[in-house]
Design a protein around this ligand. Structure first.
Ligand code: KG4
Ligand code: ZN
Length: 344
């Protein structure tokens, strides 16, 4: 069952994660440790704290998943670790640890691009009802650190169609949430608050809506929220909820518009894949689904969303990307340097 098993390691931001997958993609064991508690009082991820926490927890997590998978390191067919993009301290911890195991056991090492791991997650066998989408598909990656549209044309074949000109969308959620007095990370709190609000109360800007291409911009939207808060719009509970709902509606509309533009740039795509923490947002998902409705037959594009635990950062996707690359003979040398900035 464990033929061709690969150990995956993730440490690019504030999740420490390890997973063991069999060569056919079966998840044998996985573990994710969020550092949210350690960063919350600083209102954001502190790179130095993150790196030290990865160093403290990763060896233990790796040992635990191997044990649960019933494997020794020598039984593995390869080791895959996120080598970028991300915070350099954490990347060095994860990649070095992975290389150490690979070196000691004479295994191939795969330096995984974190964005590629998000892009290929939906290809995990059995994950998506109705089967994985065919290439090419459109990836809408919406997280705290990333906001981009990527044409996924094959393993190792990606084209970035658009990206954010300022903040990532998760960052925008977190900043708006902070203005509303919510704890970090604010996205989920803001969504809960918005459920009691009127999304039409405050007509907020829709940055870049209708513009050609599929770039994003969120800083103006955040500034608009800040102005309203300064004028007392969030002074009472209903005002806060209405402002949260209005913000969320603006973001959802912009994301749906940008995704539609990206799809027009990739007419062969039959699937829109959403990934990243913001993909958890029900209003965002509904806006994307609504935008895809209407087209029939061959022009239909389906909305594909991995289950939430695989939308946010995890090591299953890293191990899977490793397996996909190893199948193509794409291992990396042990002197591969982690890259904090590493476009697909
Ligand atoms: O993918 P992720 O877990 O980590 C990275 O940023 O790589 O994404 C976290 C981001 C945070 O900004 C968080 O506020 C946002 O995703 N988020 C949400 C929701 N859940 C998480 N934003 C809006 N609505 C949500 N339900
Ligand atoms: Zn991520």
């Amino acid at each position: 069952a464990a033929q061709g098993a690969v150990l995956g390691l993730e440490s690019s931001c504030d999740e420490t994660a390890a997973a063991v997958l069999a060569g056919d993609g079966t998840v044998l064991a996985e573990a994710v440790l969020s550092q949210e508690q350690e960063h919350a009082r600083f209102g954001g991820v502190v790179p130095e704290i993150a790196a030290r926490a990865h160093l403290r927890h990763l060896p233990r997590l790796a040992r635990a998943v191997l044990e649960r998978a019933g494997l020794a390191p020598g039984d593995l067919a390869g080791v895959a670790a996120t080598a970028g993009p991300g915070l350099i301290g954490g990347l060095i911890v994860g990649a070095s640890f992975g290389k150490g195991i690979a070196l000691a056991r004479g295994l191939p090492f795969v330096a995984v691009n974190h964005l590629e791991a998000h892009a290929l997650t939906v290809r995990l066998p059995g994950l998506i009802e109705g089967g994985p989408p065919d290439f090419p598909y459109l990836l809408l990656l919406v997280s705290g650190g990333h906001c981009q549209c990527v044409a996924v044309e094959g393993v190792g074949r990606y084209r970035r169609l658009g990206t954010t000109l300022d903040d990532a969308v998760g960052e925008a959620f977190d900043k708006a949430a902070k203005l509303l007095g919510l704890p970090w990370p604010g996205g989920p709190h803001l969504e809960r608050l918005a459920a009691r609000g009127d999304p039409r109360r405050f007509p907020l800007p829709r940055p870049l809506l209708g513009r050609p291409g599929c770039d994003f911009s969120f800083s103006g939207l955040k500034t608009a929220v800040a102005h309203l808060v300064a004028k007392g719009a969030a002074a009472d509970e209903q005002g806060r909820a209405d402002l949260a709902a209005s913000f969320q509606a603006a973001v959802a509309e912009v994301l749906a518009d940008r995704a539609a533009h990206a799809l027009a740039m990739l007419p062969a795509a039959r699937a829109l894949v959403v990934a990243g923490g913001v993909a958890a947002n029900a209003t965002v998902r509904a806006a994307l689904a609504a935008r895809l409705e209407g087209a029939q037959g061959r022009n239909r594009v389906r909305l594909v969303a991995p289950p939430l635990r695989l939308c946010t950062d995890n090591a299953v996707m890293v191990a899977w990307a490793g397996i996909e690359r190893l199948r193509l003979g794409l291992a990396d040398p042990l002197d591969h340097a982690p890259r904090p900035r590493w476009p697909l």
